[in-house]
Design a protein around this ligand. Structure first.
Ligand SMILES: [Zn+2]
Ligand SMILES: [Zn+2]
Length: 424
C-alpha cells in the first residue's frame, strides 16, 4: 500500500506545483475591481512625494482586508504586512504610486484633468508612466492573498512606494528613502518582486532580463576654468568653451574606445553647456552637466575613474583647469539570476510559455534597484498595449495609453510568484 501511495503522492505534489494554487475564483472576483481602482487612480494622479490621496485609498483597502498597515513611510509610502497561516520566509512586493507633470491628451472617460504646481509652474498631472496600474495590481494581489492565508508559508510585505520618478529638488524620497527608513527590516524581507507596465508590449506578454536589466543613472557636473579675454585676442586668454569641446570629445572616447560594449551598453551624455555672454568675449568659465548610464558595476567603476582622470588632464593640456563631480541617481536594476531561474516556471504557468519573453537591457533607470542593492529581486515588464493595435505611445508622453484588460495577468504573476517563492 505504502509503496503504491508514495509515487502517487509525488505525482500529486508535482501536479499541484505545475497547476498552481488554483485561485481562479479569486481572480475572477477581483478583475473588475482592479480596473475600477486603476481608472480612479488614473483620474486622480498625484506628483512624486505628494501621493496623499492615493496612499489613503491604499491604506484603507489594506486595512479592510485585515492587513497590518504602516503609513507615512518615506513621506507618503504605505507598507502592509500579511502573515500567512504557516511560518516561513518573507517576500516583498512593490508598487510605485507617483504621476508626472504631463498634460494628458486623449478622450478616455477617466482622463486626468488634474493640475498642480511643479517647480513654481502650473502643470497638468498624468499617470504617464502607468504607476496607476501598478497600484491597482498590488491592491488586487493583497486582496487575493489575504483570502488565502491558509496557502501562505511565511509573510508578504506590500510596499506602496512614493516618488519613483524622483523627489522634487531639495527633498529625499523614493525607494532609497524607504530602504533608509527600514522598509526591508522587521520582518526582514528575503526577496522582492516588482513589475512595470509597458505601453509597447502587447497585453498577455511578460518580458524579463536576467542580470543588469535597467541602467544605473548618474549625473555629473563639470566646471571648466579658463581666462577671460577679448574675442579678437584669444592668445591673451584661455578659452573654456574650446576646452569644453575637447572634454566632450574625450569623454565619448571612453565609451567608444575603452568600454567593452559587447558586454553591456553604456552611455555618456552631456545635456547642457553654459558659458559666455557675448559674441566678442572669451568667457572665464564653462559648466557642463550630463548623465552616465551603465548596466554593469565594473564598467561603471571604470567609466567613472576615467572621467575623473580625463577631465582635469584635458583642461590642463590647454592651459585651463576643470573639476568633475559625479552623483549617483539610481542604481542598476539587477535581476538576481538564481531568483530569475527559480521564478520562470511560475511566470510560464501564469502567462503561457510563449508569452514569457526575454528582453534587451534598457538604458532607462528604475529606483527598484535600491531594493535589489539590499536583497535579491526580480523586476518584470508587463504588457499594456491593446490587442490588435500597432499604435502605442511611449511612457512620459501626453498620448501614453494602457489597455487595462492586461492587468489581471499582473495580479496573477505577483500573487503566484509570492506563493511559489514562499512555499517551495
Ligand atoms: Zn517613468
Ligand atoms: Zn515608471
Amino acid at each position: 500500500m505504502t509503496k503504491l501511495l508514495t509515487p502517487a503522492l509525488i505525482l500529486m505534489t508535482s501536479l499541484a506545483l505545475a497547476q498552481g494554487p488554483k485561485l481562479d475564483g479569486d481572480y475572477k472576483a477581483i478583475e473588475g475591481k482592479v480596473v475600477e481602482w486603476r481608472r480612479d487612480i488614473h483620474q486622480n494622479p498625484e506628483l512624486s512625494n505628494r501621493e496623499f490621496n492615493t496612499a489613503e485609498k491604499v491604506a484603507a483597502h489594506l486595512r479592510s482586508l485585515g492587513i497590518e498597515v504602516q503609513t507615512g513611510v518615506a513621506h507618503t509610502g504605505v507598507v502592509g504586512v500579511l502573515k500567512g497561516n504557516h511560518p516561513g520566509k518573507v517576500v516583498g512586493l512593490r508598487a510605485d504610486m507617483d504621476a508626472l507633470p504631463v498634460t494628458e491628451r486623449n478622450d478616455l472617460p477617466f482622463k486626468s484633468n488634474v493640475t498642480a504646481e511643479f517647480l513654481g509652474q502650473e502643470v497638468g498631472v498624468m499617470h504617464a508612466c502607468g504607476h496607476d496600474t501598478h497600484v491597482a495590481i498590488l491592491m488586487g494581489v493583497a486582496e487575493v492573498l489575504s483570502k488565502n492565508k491558509n496557502k501562505i508559508k511565511g509573510t508578504v510585505k506590500f510596499i506602496f512606494q512614493p516618488a519613483e520618478e524622483g523627489p522634487p529638488p531639495g527633498e529625499e524620497g523614493g525607494a532609497l528613502l524607504m530602504v533608509k527608513e527600514g522598509v526591508l527590516k522587521n520582518p526582514d524581507v528575503d526577496a522582492i518582486f516588482g513589475l512595470h507596465i509597458n505601453s509597447q508590449t502587447p497585453i498577455g506578454v511578460i518580458r524579463y532580463k536576467s542580470g543588469g536589466a535597467m541602467a544605473a543613472a548618474q549625473s555629473f557636473t563639470i566646471n571648466v576654468k579658463g581666462k577671460q579675454s577679448h574675442g579678437s585676442q584669444p592668445w591673451s586668454g584661455v578659452d573654456p568653451i574650446l576646452i569644453s569641446a575637447k572634454i566632450i570629445d574625450g569623454l565619448q572616447t571612453i565609451i567608444s574606445r575603452e568600454t567593452n560594449l559587447t558586454n553591456e551598453a553604456a552611455v555618456i551624455t552631456v545635456g547642457k553647456i553654459t558659458s559666455g555672454v557675448r559674441f566678442n568675449i572669451i568667457p572665464e568659465s564653462a559648466e557642463m552637466i550630463g548623465t552616465i548610464r551603465t548596466l554593469d558595476y565594473d564598467m561603471r567603476a571604470h567609466i567613472n575613474k576615467r572621467m575623473e582622470e580625463m577631465v582635469p588632464t584635458i583642461a590642463r593640456a590647454y592651459g585651463g583647469e576643470a573639476t568633475i563631480e559625479i552623483l549617483n541617481a539610481t542604481d542598476i536594476t539587477y535581476n538576481e539570476p538564481k531568483l530569475v531561474k527559480q521564478m520562470l516556471p511560475t511566470l510560464k504557468r501564469v502567462a503561457g510559455e510563449a508569452n514569457v519573453q526575454t528582453e534587451k537591457a534598457r538604458t532607462g533607470a528604475e529606483d527598484f534597484s535600491y531594493f535589489q542593492n539590499e536583497i535579491p529581486g526580480f523586476f518584470i515588464s508587463l504588457g499594456g498595449m491593446a490587442a490588435g493595435t500597432t499604435e502605442s505611445f511611449p511612457h512620459h508622453t501626453p498620448d501614453f495609453k494602457i489597455d487595462d484588460t492586461g492587468l489581471l495577468l499582473g495580479v496573477r504573476a505577483m500573487t503566484e510568484m509570492s506563493l511559489d517563492y514562499l512555499n517551495k
